[in-house]
Write a protein that binds this ligand. Structure first.
Ligand code: ASP
Length: 291
């Protein structure tokens, strides 16, 4: 049984095949590939894009979706999460999609189920489907010639699960990473690191901006987000007329992560990422449910 907990659960060859399916699904037409299948979503953290994207993806493939309302589920009556999931598994779903604030929780469920577990984000640990849709967006943007392109990841890299999954995945497809952040938002690891985007803007092909993960901080680093934005907002002034792909996984803090002007610029593909996210998740559901 194959699960998707981190991007490393798929080989490069599997990802290439996955993207072939995603390209076909990108017309976002309904299909009957998963007719008769049932998917359960369990979101213990807030979500706009990921949850609706999975639900739309499953429905476009003909599957039925049950969204467990965790605020009214028995986990609020003291049931352990493993028991909740074992009970859901006993109802024979074809996949369980879970988001939880605890790092490693989706991985710990794998041995208690008979269907694939898909990690929709576990704390600051991993967000494999976001990194796959980011990679898909980058590969499409460069028409498959992404090898050697430089991606600057900027913002709160240290506590971002999107960053942690992209740090694993993007180099596997020939992308060079440059981390742009203040010391306290810089992760460990042997990456090229700089403090400001202006230091590398002349050499990068992609800028991926990340939100400040306030909900995961145990201390206050800035008086206000505006304060952070003064140094780290990606603006038209910094990017100029350079041919740079601008990305963000959402939710965007406008004029703190990316300026209004740049968000409206055609080099900014934030909404294309969202569209691609449905196609990539359709391909993931098909792969894991029909394995
Ligand atoms: N939506 C992404 C996540 O769930 C990014 C973020 O929240 O900043 O991790």
């Amino acid at each position: 049984m194959q699960h998707l907990i981190t991007p490393n659960d798929f080989t490069n060859e599997e990802i290439v095949n996955l993207f072939e399916d995603a390209t076909i699904f990108n017309d976002l037409q309904a299909s009957s590939v998963l007719n008769g299948k049932l998917v359960i979503t369990l979101f213990f953290e807030n979500s706009t894009r990921t949850r609706s994207s999975f639900e739309i993806a499953a429905k476009r493939l003909g599957a039925k979706v049950v969204n467990l309302d965790v605020s009214t589920s028995s986990s609020s009556k003291g049931e352990t999460l493993i028991d909740t999931v074992a009970n859901l598994n006993a109802m024979k779903p074809d996949a369980i999609i879970i988001r939880h604030r605890d790092c490693g929780l989706p991985a710990s469920l794998v041995e208690h189920v008979d269907c694939p577990i898909i990690n929709a984000g576990d704390g600051m640990n991993a967000h494999p489907t976001q990194s796959l849709l980011d990679l898909f967006t980058i590969i499409n943007h460069f028409d498959g010639k992404q090898n050697g392109k430089k991606v600057a990841i900027t913002g709160d890299i240290k506590t971002s699960r999107v960053a942690s999954s992209n740090l694993q995945l993007l180099p596997r497809f020939g992308l060079e990473l440059i981390l742009v952040a203040p010391e306290h938002f810089m992760p460990l690891g042997d990456f090229r690191k700089v403090q400001f985007l202006r230091d590398v803007v002349d050499e990068v092909d992609v800028v991926m901006s990340l939100r400040t993960q306030l909900e995961r901080h145990s201390q206050t680093y800035y008086k206000s987000l505006e304060d952070f934005g003064k140094d780290y907002c990606v603006t038209s002034d910094i990017i100029g007329s350079r041919d740079i792909l601008i990305m963000h996984p959402g939710p965007v803090n406008r004029n703190i992560d990316i300026s209004d002007e740049l968000l409206a610029d055609k080099r900014c593909k934030v909404l294309e990422q969202v569209t691609n996210g449905v196609a990539v998740r359709m391909a993931i559901l098909k792969k894991l449910i029909l394995q």
